[in-house]
Ligand binder design. Structure first.
Ligand code: PLP
Length: 428
């Protein structure tokens, strides 16, 4: 007999796993009848609420027609419709959609596309990748390589490819010792210097635009992303925007790049792409990149594809999610969440246990002033069960408590979650 091995879970320390029987809206229901408010959208995947009837219906209907077909030399209506649908919401310059399985594979695809793009363009020496401090891009080896060193990657140092790392705009712990009120986003100069020095060998910069999620919900000023775009353009380096987390409305706009008015060369998508119902990854590319892969020489081909690339059932779910954006007041819901976050964060800011508060759209974070800051902080160990006992799924990232609720959460439930956070602070 075999048993489950759970991800990011330590049986010796974490509370016993909860068996979830059913989901509806912002709620998860345990088998023993408890109701939890899913305040982190089940690892940031869910957009419109669990088991949204339109997404479930789209999945059911697709299962009547076609379960799966390889995408090498074949195509199907759900994938084509999704590529067109994404084209309507993505930055205008991103015209080609390459499907994969999840966020990590969307990142691997973008990295490989960037490197082969330069090779196909006759500049094979441009193959190094630059990434940001505090970045996180997934758990596969390439994605780990571009993510910053952390407890997640510690055991695998020898497997990772070398990456040069530029400062990120972590204003609370400014890497260049400035105060936000008076700085000119001076931390971005570091990236510019790296590109200036290495542009002949650098293929791409990869970053999480505006919000670095897994390493603490670090919200950047929009100018940082704009400066990164300018530096990449100036030095002829591709910009990869990893919107796996920030995509599909989380930041208040469809994409974080839109908030900053920036067009990347490659964009990674996953999580919310299907409304959070089923796994799917996508990498969007410019026509210029796509064209570099065309030609009679087989060497130009992008030899990358996963068995379930562009799975029709996942594409049908994603099409239904995009339709919900058109037929339901999704951005009004997002604005309601953002307004409640603003109000509640303002009330918490002066609390002595609070080091920093951060927000962009539906993403809100409270960084607890802790000596053991970081993912393994004791803050998480004590607060995770504290929230569960109150019927709330909040999974602090070390000393950072954050909310990323489904857009279907009611204002009452959202206030309930904030009340629990306030109670947790009072008890500190
Ligand atoms: C920005 C970002 N990129 C990539 C990933 C990896 O996605 P997945 O867990 O679906 O592989 C994540 C996951 O949290 C993420 O936040």
């Amino acid at each position: 007999m075999s048993e489950l091995w759970l991800p990011f879970y330590q049986p010796a320390q974490d509370p016993a796993p909860l068996r979830i029987a059913r989901g509806e809206g912002a709620y998860l229901y345990t088998e023993d009848g408890r109701r939890l408010v899913d305040a982190i959208s089940s690892w940031w995947t869910n957009l419109h609420g669990h088991n949204h009837p339109k997404i479930m219906a789209a999945i059911r209907e697709q299962t009547e027609r076609l379960d799966h077909v390889l995408l090498a030399g074949f195509t199907h209506e759900p994938a084509e419709r999704l590529a067109h649908g994404l084209g309507r919401v993505l930055p205008k310059n991103l015209t080609r959609i390459f499907f994969s399985d999840d966020g990590s594979t969307a990142v691997e695809v973008a990295l490989k596309m960037a490197v082969q793009y330069w090779r196909n363009a006759g500049r094979p020496e441009k193959r190094r990748i630059v990434a940001l401090e505090n970045g996180y891009h997934g758990d596969t080896v390439g994605a780990m390589s571009v993510g910053d060193d952390s407890v997640f990657t510690e055991a695998f140092g020898a497997m990772l490819f070398p990456v040069e790392r530029a400062h990120s705009a972590y204003c609370y712990r400014c890497p260049v010792g400035r105060k936000r009120e008076s700085c000119q986003i001076d931390c971005a100069d570091h990236l510019n210097e790296i590109l200036e020095r290495g542009k002949e060998e650098i293929a791409a910069v990869i970053l999480e635009p505006l919000v670095q999620g897994a390493n603490g919900m670090i919200v950047h000023p929009v100018e940082f992303l704009r400066k990164a775009r300018e530096a990449c353009s100036r030095h002829d380096v591709l910009l990869i925007a990893d919107e796996v987390f920030t995509g599909f409305g989380r930041t208040g706009k469809m994409f974080a790049c839109e908030v900053a008015g920036v067009e990347p060369d490659l964009m990674c998508l996953s999580k919310g792409i299907t409304g959070g119902a089923i796994a799917l990854g996508a990498t969007a590319a410019t026509e210029r990149i796509y064209e570099a892969f065309l030609g009679a020489d087989p060497d130009r081909t992008f030899y990358h594809g996963h068995s379930f690339t562009g799975n029709p059932i996942a594409c049908a779910a994603a099409n239904a999610s995009l339709e919900i954006f058109q037929t339901e007041p999704v951005f009004e819901r997002i604005e309601t969440i953002a307004a409640i976050h603003r109000e509640r964060l303002a009330a918490l800011r002066a609390h002595p246990a609070v080091g920093d508060t951060r927000q962009l759209g539906t993403i809100a974070a409270v960084e607890i002033a802790a000596e053991d800051a970081g993912y393994t902080s004791a803050v998480r160990t004590s607060l995770y069960p504290f929230f569960l006992e109150r019927g709330i799924l909040l999974r602090p990232l070390g000393n950072v408590i954050y909310l990323v609720p489904p857009y279907a959460i009611s204002p009452e439930d959202l206030h309930l979650v904030w009340d629990a956070i306030a109670a947790a602070l009072i008890s500190r």
